[in-house]
Design a protein around this ligand. Structure first.
Ligand code: NAD
Length: 279
């Protein structure tokens, strides 16, 4: 796969997160799946959250365990406060603590604004924005309680928000989604500012167009893919591994001084590609 890294180049990254405990939401599909596997490969124990699709989640768990680390699947809806609280509490019970929260779960409910129902608006805000707030809050409580453990990491914990280029790029027909990701940007920055004095790092990874089920229509036919590539200066659609590798780096002490940043992983999609030919 174009975005994947040759196994022989992974020897260093296999030690990068050794001894750390990670939770990835929406980890039985697409970017979350690749991220959960990459964190396991980098030495972390991993909780694989899912809301539907227990079988897929168990397959991800098996793949992660092959790296010799611990993993289990946990069903929870990230927009449900009680379920998120219970999910993190169980992780602290089973793994002892949490070091890395990847708030990845997300969905789309697309419609022109004149047709968009309140239910479509609310669902996307509930999962994509409120879900990230709840996951970040529960992780932060444990980070604050435990503090820095020097042998594990220089920071007391990492929260990584899965954002999108639509954190800053308006998107007609997707006002709920773009608003949720704009909100994620400010959620992340405000939490980063508030929690940095406690040595907690909050950052975002913002994917461009990545080949996953969420956007199948945009790349599944040659015509659609050609159309999409016009928006990507690097002229390739991203793979889940492109994002997973960025999350591993963001979670590691290699990037310990990165606080409150959004890392765009988008093949240049945010470079105003329409201006490449003059504008
Ligand atoms: P995906 O549909 O493959 O995965 C989304 C995951 O979130 C699934 O596992 C789904 O079950 C889970 N999920 C949905 N609602 C949930 C809930 N209430 N509780 C728990 N889990 C829930 O899509 P993906 O492309 O892998 O998306 C992952 C994240 O990346 C999303 O936040 C998405 O907005 C973001 N993103 C994706 C792209 C892209 O091009 N694929 C681009 C930018 C941002």
């Amino acid at each position: 796969m174009p975005g994947s890294v040759d196994e022989s180049r992974r020897t260093v990254s296999a030690q990068l997160l050794r001894g750390q405990k990670a939770l990835v939401t929406g980890a039985n599909s697409g970017i979350g799946l690749a991220t959960a596997v990459a964190l396991g490969r980098a030495g972390a124990d991993v909780v694989v959250n899912y809301v539907v699709g227990a079988d897929e989640a168990e397959k991800v768990v098996a793949q992660i365990k092959d790296f010799g680390v611990r993993a289990y699947a946990h069903e929870a809806d990230v927009s449900d406060e009680d379920q998120v609280v219970a999910m993190v509490a169980r992780m602290v019970e089973e793994f002892g603590t949490i070091d890395i929260m990847v708030a990845n779960a997300g969905l789309q409910r697309d419609a022109a604004v004149t047709d968009m129902t309140l239910a479509q608006w609310q669902k996307v805000i509930d999962v994509n924005l409120t879900g990230q707030f709840l996951c970040a809050r529960e992780a932060a409580k444990e980070f604050v309680r435990r503090g820095v453990v020097a042998e594990v990491s220089r920071s007391a914990g990492k929260i990584i928000c899965m954002s999108s280029v639509h954190q800053i790029v308006p998107w007609s027909g997707h006002v709920n989604y773009a608003s949720s990701k704009g909100g994620v940007g400010m959620l992340m920055q405000t939490l980063a500012q508030e929690l940095a004095p406690k040595r907690i790092r909050v950052n975002a990874v913002a994917p461009g167009a990545i080949r996953t089920p969420i956007n199948r229509d945009a790349w599944s036919t040659p015509e659609a893919e050609a159309d999409l590539l016009r928006l990507i200066p690097y002229r390739r659609v991203g793979d889940p591994d492109d994002i997973a590798n960025a999350v591993v780096a963001m979670a590691s002490d290699l990037l310990d001084y990165v606080v409150g940043a959004t890392l765009y992983v988008d093949g240049g999609m945010t470079l105003f590609p329409g201006f490449a030919t003059g504008g």
